[in-house]
Design a protein around this ligand. Structure first.
Ligand code: HEC
Ligand code: HEC
Ligand code: HEC
Ligand code: HEC
Length: 506
């Protein structure tokens, strides 16, 4: 079974590389960061920063720092090596010192307030505890070199988004966990004890997140890749329109695609039905990502310190699509009629549908459509209270969906086919006449739910999905689809729609 997905996936390598939003490419191997201990000052702050063990503390050879994986074991023990050499997260803090980040920070703050000292950036690009404390001390950090230096050293020690950023809840007694974890040790471990109740109990005591569970994993990734209003232990994470307009890439998280693009440092053999797991990852990820996006919109509407409306709650390309002679406009011909039916005038900015366009069909909750429409209308409107109220009602629906959907860790071939049939009509509509976000989403939904389907043919669907994704690409040097449905070749989308129509009939 595992072989099957590998074989299926390989011809799709090209397809999948297009599923990436930007052309960021693979990370260069990184030099190990120096292990610096935080300042030995006696302030509460330096103690808190000191409690960050740092990714390198997991990296000894007997623990997670082997050079080669123990491929037959449940835990490879080379996680640190894999992360340091291949994982984009190892560079997440350093990237705040890059030229691009310098430019973003200068656009936002003017001179003298660099990105790696900006709590807004640290929220997603550093250890959560560094970020949380930095948010409390933001003004001081910008005015106090010594304090700023302490933060820098703690962030470097956490080495960007490291083991603790993902595996342990922020602010937890990491060192206590480590002591137990190390005593218990890798040597006594057998397959049986690894996932034993007492081990899982220890995980829970330490606050170690059970990341093998899809909804926990998606919630973790979405908290940075979509954003999050924050909690007692997590910083507010908000890559808003100010930050994007200053030069930050748009965040376009989709759980299955992003997991696939991460070099796995866990043993995939524990998931013999990988096609089914990835399909479930896609669906669970939809519910979780939608909760984060809608939750952020409510925060924007309710938080007095946020300028409202916040453009990142909206469809980027409802504003950024270029002016053109009106006679050529695909929107006038194909989009405005549906907008009019929904009570929206031509030219209205639209709520972002990236995470929501298929939610009612995927969840089997058709009534959700009304709640989405009410929320969308509020986001395009002028009353923040309406956004808060409609978001609340939509969020409770989404959280029920997550609870139900999280129960199926794998979708078998039969369930995948049933879901494909359910989403086919809305996917066809999106591919033929939808906005860019909706079309792109339809391609991903069809892709993840059809893995292993015999009707894809011997190439695993490469000939079907490749051209559809090409039709969604941006022209070189552009970050928006100025050519979308505008004199471009839509053939790839149309052919995928024809295939989806055949699914609906079977
Ligand atoms: C809500 C979380 C979040 C916030 C806030 C945030 N970022 Fe990011 N940033 C990300 C994620 C996630 C990516 C990777 C995006 C992708 O490729 O999908 C990223 C990518 C980047 C990149 C591109 C990296 C590359 O390898 O090309 C730069 C530069 C960057 N961020 C700088 C900043 C700066 C500067 C700030 C503060 C002004 C900031 N970020 C705030 C989450 C965030
Ligand atoms: C970006 C988040 C992220 C970072 C950073 C990260 N991990 Fe993981 N790790 C995960 C996820 C997600 C899984 C589980 C994936 C699955 O099973 O689907 C995992 C699985 C593991 C496992 C296997 C656990 C099991 O039960 O199968 C080990 C061990 C591990 N990670 C160690 C580390 C170490 C050590 C580091 C730092 C060098 C690290 N991880 C950094 C996300 C992360
Ligand atoms: C604490 C915040 C945080 C968490 C949690 C997180 N990421 Fe990231 N992720 C980032 C940042 C920041 C970057 C950009 C790093 C860079 O380019 O230097 C990134 C980059 C990536 C990239 C590379 C994107 C590209 O365009 O090359 C992938 C893939 C990715 N993350 C997947 C995941 C997955 C899957 C999870 C959950 C298991 C996850 N991330 C959890 C912050 C996070
Ligand atoms: C309600 C309309 C609206 C929406 C929706 C919107 N923007 Fe903007 N955006 C603007 C305006 C207005 C400007 C400033 C343009 C100017 O000064 O010329 C801007 C500027 C930008 C810029 C800088 C452009 C430049 O020339 O440097 C970027 C990048 C950007 N937005 C990205 C996005 C992204 C990504 C999204 C979706 C998440 C988005 N915008 C959604 C209205 C919008």
């Amino acid at each position: 079974m595992l072989r099957a997905i590998v074989v299926l996936t390989l011809p799709l390598a090209a397809v999948l590389s297009v599923l990436a939003w930007s052309s960021a490419g693979t990370a260069e191997p990184l030099a190990p960061s120096p292990i610096v201990s935080a300042s030995s000052g006696s302030t509460e702050l330096s103690q808190a920063l000191h409690s960050i063990s740092g990714s390198m503390s997991c990296a000894s050879q007997g623990c997670h720092g082997r050079l080669e994986p123990l491929s037959s074991k449940p835990v490879f023990q080379n996680e640190s090596t894999a992360w340091l050499n291949r994982d984009p997260h190892a560079n997440a803090y350093e990237v705040l010192k890059s030229d691009r980040s310098k430019k973003i920070a200068e656009n936002l703050n003017g001179p003298g307030k660099p990105a790696h000292r900006d709590a807004r950036c640290l929220a997603c690009h550093a250890h959560p505890e560094v970020a949380r404390l930095a948010a409390e001390q933001q003004a001081e950090i910008w005015n106090n070199e010594k304090l700023a230096d302490q933060f820098d050293r703690a962030a470097v020690k956490g080495t960007g988004v490291g083991c603790e950023s993902c595996h342990t809840s922020a602010g937890h007694a990491t060192s206590e966990y480590l002591k137990e974890h190390v005593n218990w040790g890798p040597t006594g471990r057998t397959e049986g004890t690894w996932k034993s109740d007492s081990n899982l109990e220890m995980w829970a005591r330490a606050g170690l997140a059970p990341l093998t569970r899809l909804e926990v994993q998606a919630d973790l990734c979405a908290s940075c890749h979509v954003g999050s209003p924050g909690s007692a232990i997590e910083p507010t994470r908000d890559c808003n329109h100010d930050i994007m307009a200053a030069g930050h890439p748009r965040l376009l998280y989709e759980a299955a695609t992003y997991q696939l693009r991460l070099p796995p440092h866990w043993n995939q053999k524990q998931y013999p039905e990988l096609d089914g797991r990835m399909a479930s990852m896609f669906v669970v990820g939809q519910s979780v990502a939608a909760e984060h996006a809608v939750g952020l919109s409510a925060m924007h509407a309710q938080n007095a310190s946020v300028v409202w409306p916040e453009f990142s709650d909206m469809d980027c390309f409802s504003c950024h699509s270029g002016l053109r002679p009106s006679a050529d406009s695909w929107k006038q011909k194909r989009l405005f009629p549906t907008m009019r039916a929904a009570g929206l005038a031509p030219g209205t900015q639209i709520a972002c549908s990236w995470t929501l366009s298929m939610a009612p069909e995927l969840s089997g909750r058709p009534a959700m459509r009304q709640k989405i429409d009410a929320w969308s209308k509020a986001v395009s409107g002028t009353r923040p209270n309406a956004v808060a109220a409609t978001a609340k009602s939509l969020l409770s629906e989404l959280s029920e969906w997550r609870t139900v959907t999280a129960k199926s860790a794998e979708l078998n071939q039969e369930s995948r086919r049933a879901l494909l049939r359910k989403i086919a009509p809305v996917a066809v509509a999106a591919l033929k006449n939808g906005r860019w976000d909706e079309s792109r989403h339809a391609v991903m939904a069809l892709f993840w739910l059809s893995r292993g389907d015999p009707s894809l043919g011997s190439d695993g669907g490469a000939a079907l999905f490749g051209p559809a994704l090409s039709a969604l690409e941006f022209s070189t040097g552009s970050d928006s689809p100025a050519q979308f449905r505008q004199g471009m070749d839509e053939e790839g989308l149309v052919r995928l729609a024809v295939w989806a129509e055949s699914l609906a009939r079977r």
